[in-house]
Design a protein around this ligand. Structure first.
Ligand SMILES: [Zn+2]
Length: 584
């Protein structure tokens, strides 16, 4: 027996039994129907495209597996047997025999910074570099190749590369002595700056920490050491020249190219400011945006409920064929690695420090009540257990004040949930928007998180399984460019709780693994639900938009640690081919 078989059978036991039975029943029905179905039946409009001889996982509870789909006018006209789909064939119908390959509804990424990711791919990129020397060398190289840039910007340096995730200005001065440099960490919550940048910004030992931020300092002299946390990064970042509209559009186009390739046809833009909204709106008007975008409007929490009127105007302005801006985005805290996530109990290495909530509970409640009353869906960044509790309290306050409104508020990241709060997602109708690619024991966890949380709390890191078992709706997103946007990697990690490249082995916190159907739903049907578009898409059901993908293998028939190797061969957006793998 190979390991593959063992795991495959475990999987079958856990997940597939009812589906297998249904698939067998459908195959039997197909055999009956196929016998008399070779030409288009009278009265049936011809399809533009028929996908046949496929393993179509429909996300339709009644018929989870079918073998063929007919597409007409951008919508699914039929999903069922090969014989049934053949009835939709006309003289102009294209037929793709998929040789048993898998078809799924196209993916939704429910938390992505699409334009910023696209823009960033042109900046200094330090992602994945594993030593401080390699990072400094890469910056030096980028600076040498970009002599015209007044600032060296970009980043994505990995926090564990530097002791205490705390790189110094001296290190950066070695790479960029002649110009200011401001390089953000992989998680976006810390900025690493050089001496020139600190000087330009006038940040010295006398500069106080701004609200919601921290300047890392030499404990003896108070001198800034070169790392700025959360809002403190703004002291320097505000001086960096903004990309112009042309460059922003280029960033969006780069992002669109990536989403098509990964089979993503809908997104929730995680933090939309006006320059980004302008870019989305421009490509939506020109018809270039082959992607449905739900923009989460950035909320300036300092302005409190006064923000609502401004957001309402943006919601009206940025509304188009494939763009809507009906969501408000609130940051509740920072991240664990830099001690800025808001915790219920202190960090182990800083006995008085419980992190940094970015707004007070009463202010949070008032803001949530006001946004909910105006019909805004609320999307919250919350990582620490205290931030998550504050968020659920605020959403509960909104529910109590305004009554149920089916706005489908959601919380993204959800790194450390106190067990007492786990049932509240289901109870309050709040969607749990996980970035499951982070849910394994990489150095972010082993070196920067476990030591400062301790084993007891760490049991509740990314408790996807526990939240799923309560019956709450689970959605999935990448947070790209923080980490890879490939949904298949995130799906795999949620199932295995091991690195995307890791072979078979024990799961990290095995109680929190989830099954494959849960994760496919998170990236398809539940995404559509979160975007209030479940009537429109997210399942392979007649009448829904033909946003479909073809994968080179059936995810249910491979070992779970191979899921990330699956490739998207074809992406259909409203029935139109927007990506085809050159090898397909
Ligand atoms: Zn984000």
């Amino acid at each position: 027996m190979t390991r593959t078989t063992d795991v495959a059978s475990a999987f079958t036991h856990r997940v597939r039994t009812p589906l297998v039975r249904l698939a067998a029943a459908l195959t039997a029905v197909a055999a009956v129907l196929a016998s008399g179905a070779c030409s288009r039946a009278a009265g049936v409009p011809p399809a533009d495209l028929v996908l046949t001889n496929a393993a179509v996982y429909t996300l339709d509870r009644e018929h989870p597996w079918v073998e063929a789909v007919a597409v007409a006018g951008g919508r699914i006209a039929y999903a069922g047997t090969a014989g049934g789909a053949a009835r939709f064939r006309g003289p102009a119908t294209r037929t793709l025999d998929l040789g048993g390959r898998m078809v799924l509804p196209a993916f939704q990424d429910s938390h992505i910074h699409l334009i910023e990711g696209g823009l960033e791919s042109r900046l200094c990129n330090l992602a994945g570099l594993e030593t401080a020397e390699a990072v400094v060398a890469a910056i030096k190289d980028y600076a040498a190749h970009n002599p015209d840039r007044a600032w060296i910007t970009g980043g994505r340096w990995e926090l564990p590369v530097f002791p205490k995730a705390n790189p110094t200005k001296e290190d950066l001065d070695k790479a960029v002595p002649d110009r200011p440099a401001c390089l953000f960490a992989a998680d976006g919550h810390s900025a690493w700056v050089n001496t020139r940048a600190l000087k330009l910004a006038g940040v010295t030992a006398k500069t106080p920490d701004p609200p919601g931020g921290r300047i890392e300092r030499d404990p003896r002299t108070g001198e800034p050491t070169g790392t700025l946390r959360e809002s403190a990064s703004g002291l320097v970042a505000k001086l960096v020249p903004e990309p112009g509209p042309e460059e922003t559009l280029r960033g969006l186009r780069t992002g669109l190219e990536m989403t098509r390739r990964l089979g993503i046809t809908s997104i929730i833009e995680a933090n939309a400011r006006e320059d980004l909204l302008d870019a989305y709106a421009a490509l939506d008007r020109s018809g270039e945006m082959e992607l449905r975008v739900l923009a989460s409007l950035h909320v300036d929490t300092d302005r409190g409920p006064a923000e609502v009127a401004r957001l309402r105007a943006l919601r009206e302005k940025y509304h188009g064929a494939r763009l809507k801006s009906t969501t408000a985005k609130i940051f509740a805290d920072g991240v664990v690695e830099s001690h800025t996530a808001a915790l219920l109990e202190p960090y182990l290495d800083r006995p008085k420090d419980r992190g940094l909530p970015l707004l007070e509970p009463a202010a949070f409640d008032a803001l949530a009540v006001a946004l909910d009353a105006e019909g805004f869906q609320i999307h919250v960044h919350a990582i620490g257990d205290r931030a998550i509790r504050m968020t659920l309290d605020a959403l509960e306050a909104a529910l109590r004040a305004n009554g149920p409104k089916d706005l489908r508020h959601h919380v993204a990241h959800l790194e450390l949930i106190d067990p007492a709060d786990i049932p509240r997602f289901k109870a309050l109708g709040v969607v749990a928007n996980f970035q499951s690619l982070w849910a394994y024991a990489d150095p972010y966890i082993t070196e920067l998180t476990l030591p400062i949380l301790g084993p007891q709390r760490s049991r509740w890191l990314y408790p996807i399984g526990s939240v799923a078992r309560t019956g709450a709706v689970i959605a999935g997103g990448s947070d790209w460019p923080v980490s890879s946007a490939n949904p298949l990697e995130a799906i795999q990690v949620a199932v295995t709780r091991r690195g995307p490249d890791a072979p078979a082995g024990p799961a990290w916190i095995p109680e929190e693994t989830v099954d494959l159907p849960t994760m496919i739903a998170a990236y398809t049907a539940n995404g559509a639900y979160l975007s209030h578009e479940e009537g429109l898409r997210g399942a392979v059901v007649p009448g829904k938009l033909a946003d479909l993908i073809v994968l080179d293998r059936n995810l249910f028939k491979i070992a779970p640690w191979e899921i990330h190797k699956a490739r998207v061969l074809l992406t259909l957006f409203e029935g139109r081919e927007v990506w085809r793998d050159p090898a397909f």
